[in-house]
Design a protein around this ligand. Structure first.
Ligand code: ATP
Ligand code: MG
Length: 249
């Protein structure tokens, strides 16, 4: 089981969009996938379920030490453990809860090829819990001023979690998302600066800013379900290939 946290404490960089599309893409390629919404905003849950009231498995149970939940089937090979605003009631001071998600995933009867955890834009307890549960972190990054500066705190946190909680944690890579389609000097420079700073950690394949990737979750569809022939769909497929290659799958 490959457990991957999709994290960046910067908001709006594409964590949820990538978790949603990657979950579907992997399931369509024949892998069994569990998607976990670990964000009180519940955006991943809304992307999978048109009606959030229909949520049957809540990640909050884990944080309450209730381990008898059954992930909700979304489609063949794809299950969801969702979240709602109630998740915000887990206090950052509840230090013992940091291993709840790890214990919760371990307690699941069914094993999956991939568990993808969508993180919230914060480095508080819920994100620490995700980094404690995961083997890998995937970091979506938007080429924007201060992107590198902001990610320093994330890398420091990852190092801290590695030292104290989860020595096996590794950074799978940084994926550039929301890359401007038309070339701009500013955009190109920002991308080169990130590639220079992080070298091989940056995925070769990037994801451009595109209307279809933005629209598709509103219809509960991945980019390839929404428009198989779009540039966004082919970029996402290439990114998925590189994702699997980096995991040596
Ligand atoms: N490649 C893209 N092209 C166009 N729109 C995108 C792309 N990636 C993400 N978006 C849009 O940008 C917004 C932020 O994306 P998303 O919600 O995935 O980010 P996030 O990192 O999960 O945000 P948060 O930190 O609030 O959880 C959304 O409206 C989403 O539809
Ligand atoms: Mg999100």
């Amino acid at each position: 089981m490959q457990i991957i946290a999709i994290a960046n404490q910067k908001g709006g960089v594409g964590k949820t969009t990538i978790t949603f599309n990657l979950s579907k893409e992997l399931a369509h390629r024949g892998y069994s996938v569990l998607a976990i919404d670990n964000d009180p905003q519940g955006n991943l849950t809304s992307a999978f379920l048109p009606d959030p009231e229909a949520m049957q498995a809540d990640v909050l149970s884990f944080y309450r030490n209730e381990y008898d939940i059954r992930p909700q089937a979304i489609e063949e090979r794809l299950d969801l453990i969702g979240a709602s605003i109630q998740l915000a009631t887990v206090p950052d001071s509840d230090v013992l809860a940091v291993s709840s998600l790890q214990e919760g995933i371990r307690s699941l009867e069914r094993k999956y090829d991939f568990v993808l955890i969508d993180c919230l834009p914060s480095l508080g307890l819920l994100s620490l819990a995700a980094l404690t549960a995961a083997q890998h972190v995937l970091i979506p990054m938007k080429p924007a001023p201060f992107a590198i500066k902001g990610s320093k705190d994330l890398f420091t946190t990852i190092e801290r979690v590695k030292r104290k909680m989860n020595p096996k944690l590794s950074v799978l890579g940084i994926v550039l998302n929301l890359v401007e389609g038309r070339t701009t000097t500013m955009g190109d420079q920002l991308e080169s600066v990130i590639r220079e700073q992080y070298g091989e950690q940056v995925f070769e394949n990037k994801l451009a800013k595109g209307t279809k990737l933005e629209e598709s979750p509103a219809f509960n569809l991945s980019i390839s379900e929404y428009d198989q022939r779009s540039k966004g769909a082919s970029q996402f497929a290439d990114f998925t290939d590189e994702f699997l290659k980096r995991l040596k799958i």
